[in-house]
Every structure is written in structure tokens, then in C-alpha cells.
Design a protein around this ligand. Structure first.
Ligand SMILES: C[S@@+](CC[C@H](N)C(=O)[O-])C[C@H]1O[C@@H](n2cnc3c(N)ncnc32)[C@H](O)[C@@H]1O
Length: 348
């Protein structure tokens, strides 16, 4: 039986950018999101949410557990209450339900690695002005990861957490059949998508191709799941890499936005050539078809300074797929849309 703490139902999270009076106050829109992000990231780094996963604690106990000052933890906790991430129970502080669900090991998906990654990515944002002037980054994320390997490890851990969220959608919507035996996971990073599919479909074997920076923990993760006989890792640049023969299912999950249009056209043609008849290509992406959507616009801006690449419209994917020879092309928008879309296509 799970005896971990279950928080009471939440009050709605306040919009902290709104002034309390009737007059507008422009700088709140800048200062408050900055402080909100900084406080949540610090709480993640300190392990504050996880420390409260089993139930409320008072400030002295919490400060002791986090090896921090009581003054610092009190100020941080007070602000986290103000933004709806914690709430008070008398003298004790507790996780709000959303915090417990998304930022602790007791929740549905623990996005704490996303907090660690965002702390690493934060200084790169300082280059946004220059990236806007230049029209791209000075060095790409992948080059930065070569120089600073912990960046690659932190990014893969974040993608691993996101894969925990996306995993059930993929399992529900990707029709693997008994004849499908070989899975190729391009840009497969942490390996969790291959692991989940190999767990669900005992006839599958998988090959993960990714840059070395993304694969530092992958073999260990595969071994921890007891799948070292069935899942192998092959480090390299996916466009020039040997994919070891023919496959039945190919994953191209959150990889297209890291490549130029020409590179994607070439990759999709190579995938078609590497598929057996009846084989399936699965693309997960953030489509550029919703220009008014704030998340999609933020993501495009992130790509500008991180990789210099972009998101593409569904019509562009159809064009690449049809040119390569694919048929039976289907699109499925996930809920919420910020989770992206799946595109499935089949080789006849
Ligand atoms: C956004 S992550 C997605 C990871 C994983 N597919 C998932 O959906 O969770 C993109 C991945 O593509 C990999 N990648 C980017 N450019 C690549 C290239 N040229 N060759 C191989 N992998 C690449 C990155 O290292 C990273 O692991």
C-alpha cells in the first residue's frame, strides 16, 4: 500500500504578474516570472519538493534536511506559497498537489531533471539578444555538450522525464504488429522509449543511435531494466551513421526540430530505404501549424539560440514522407497540444 503523503485539493495558482490594485505595473511582468522560475529551480536543486514528498515539515526541520539556513528556507518557502507551489498547514509547509505530482518521486512524472536542465540552460538565454541579431547560436547545444559533458547528461535526464509523460501516448497510438521485430530509435538518448516498447512487445529488439553526449547513462539504464541482450546503443551522427541493416519500426522522436529541412528530407528518405515492407515510421514533433500558440512560439525562440534550427508545418512532413515513398500517413495531436503531435507513416 502506498502510504506517502496525499496533499489536500489545491487553490488555483495565482497570476503573480497581476498587480493587486487597478493600475498596471509593467515590470511585474518581467520581475515576477524571473523570481518564480528562480525559486522553483532553486527548490529543485536543493531537493525541497522531494523533502516534503512524505508530508509537511516545519522550517527548522526542512532547513536541517536541506543543509540550508532557516532564513533562506523560510524566504524561499514563503514565496513558493505565494505562487501556489507549497501551502501552509499551521507552522508546517506542504507540497501543493501539482508540486507533488510533477516534482517528486511520489508523483505521476518527476520533472526534477527538467529543473536541473533549466538551471544549466539558463545562462545560454543570456545569448538570446546576440542570437536574434545573428539569426542563430554562436555554438550549438551539441557543440556545448562536447565541451561540457554534464550538459548532455542533464539534457538526457530531462528528456527521460518527458519520455515518462509521453510513453503512454506512444504505447497507445503506435500499432506494433507481431511481424515487427527490429526497432531503430534515432536520437534515442536515454533509451526509455525503446525500453518501454521492448517491455510491451517481447518479439522486439532495438538499436539506439544518438550523439555520444546523449548516451552517457543509456547502457546503464538498459541494463537496469534487464534488456542488455535486446537493446543496443550505437553512438554517432544519425545522417552519416551505419544503421545496421533493415528495420520494422523507426522512431524519429523530437529529432526533426534539431535538423534543417534538407537534413530531414534526407533522413526520411534514408529511413524509408532502411524499412522492411510493412514497416512503420513514428515521428513525434511540435508542429509550426499553430502560430498563435505561446508555447510553440517560445519553443521556436529556444531553437533559435540553442540549435539554430526550427519547427516545421505538417504539410512539410507530408511532403518529405510522400517524396520518400511513404503512404498511410496519419497525424495525431496530443492533449494538451504542448505535448506535441505524432505522425505515423507506413512503407507499403
Ligand atoms: C529533443 S532530444 C529527444 C530525445 C528522445 N528521442 C526523446 O524523444 O525523448 C533530441 C535528441 O536528438 C539527438 N540528436 C541531435 N542531433 C543529432 C544527430 N545529428 N545525430 C544523432 N542524434 C542527434 C540529441 O542528442 C538528442 O538526444
Amino acid at each position: 500500500m502506498n502510504t506517502r503523503y496525499t496533499p489536500p485539493p489545491p487553490p488555483a495558482r495565482p497570476d503573480v504578474c497581476q498587480p493587486t490594485g487597478s493600475a498596471d505595473l509593467a515590470m511585474l511582468d518581467v520581475y515576477m516570472p524571473m523570481m518564480k522560475s528562480a525559486a522553483i529551480l532553486s527548490a529543485g536543486k536543493l531537493g525541497l519538493f522531494e523533502a516534503l514528498a512524505n508530508g509537511p515539515l516545519d522550517i527548522a526541520t526542512l532547513a536541517d534536511a536541506l543543509q540550508s539556513s532557516t532564513r533562506g528556507i523560510r524566504d524561499l518557502a514563503d514565496f513558493l506559497v505565494a505562487i501556489g507551489y507549497l501551502h501552509r498547514e499551521g507552522e508546517r509547509f506542504a507540497n501543493a498537489p501539482g508540486t507533488q505530482r510533477w516534482f517528486t518521486s511520489a508523483g505521476q512524472v518527476d520533472y526534477t531533471p527538467g529543473l536541473h536542465w533549466t538551471l544549466e540552460a539558463w545562462p545560454m538565454m543570456g545569448d538570446l539578444t546576440a542570437a536574434v541579431r545573428r539569426g542563430g547560436p554562436e555554438t550549438t547545444l551539441w557543440q556545448a555538450m562536447e565541451a561540457k559533458p554534464q550538459l548532455g547528461t542533464a539534457f538526457s535526464a530531462y528528456m527521460d522525464a518527458f519520455a515518462g509523460d509521453l510513453g503512454p501516448d506512444l504505447l497507445a497510438h503506435v500499432p506494433v504488429s507481431p511481424e515487427h521485430r527490429r526497432l531503430l530509435d534515432l536520437g534515442g538518448s536515454h533509451g526509455m522509449h525503446s525500453i518501454r516498447f521492448c517491455q510491451r512487445y517481447p518479439q522486439l529488439q532495438a538499436l539506439i543511435v544518438d550523439l555520444p553526449s546523449a548516451l552517457s547513462e543509456t547502457d546503464t539504464t538498459i541494463a537496469r531494466h534487464g534488456l542488455s541482450e535486446r537493446i543496443h546503443v550505437s553512438p554517432g551522427e544519425l545522417l552519416v551513421h551505419d544503421w545496421h541493416g533493415q528495420h520494422d519500426v523507426v522512431f524519429y522522436l523530437s529529432v526533426a526540430h534539431n535538423h534543417t529541412a534538407d537534413e530531414n528530407g534526407l533522413a526520411i528518405q534514408q529511413i524509408y530505404d532502411a524499412l522492411n515492407p510493412g514497416g512503420l515510421l513514428v515521428i513525434h514533433e511540435y508542429l509550426a501549424d499553430t502560430p498563435g500558440n505561446a508555447f510553440m512560439a517560445a519553443f521556436r525562440l529556444t531553437l533559435l539560440y540553442e540549435t539554430g534550427t526550427q519547427t516545421y508545418r505538417y504539410a512539410q512532413y507530408r511532403d518529405w514522407l510522400e517524396t520518400a515513398g511513404f503512404g498511410d500517413i496519419k497525424r495525431l495531436d496530443l492533449d494538451p497540444l504542448e505535448k506535441g503531435s505524432l505522425i505515423l507513416a507506413r512503407k507499403a
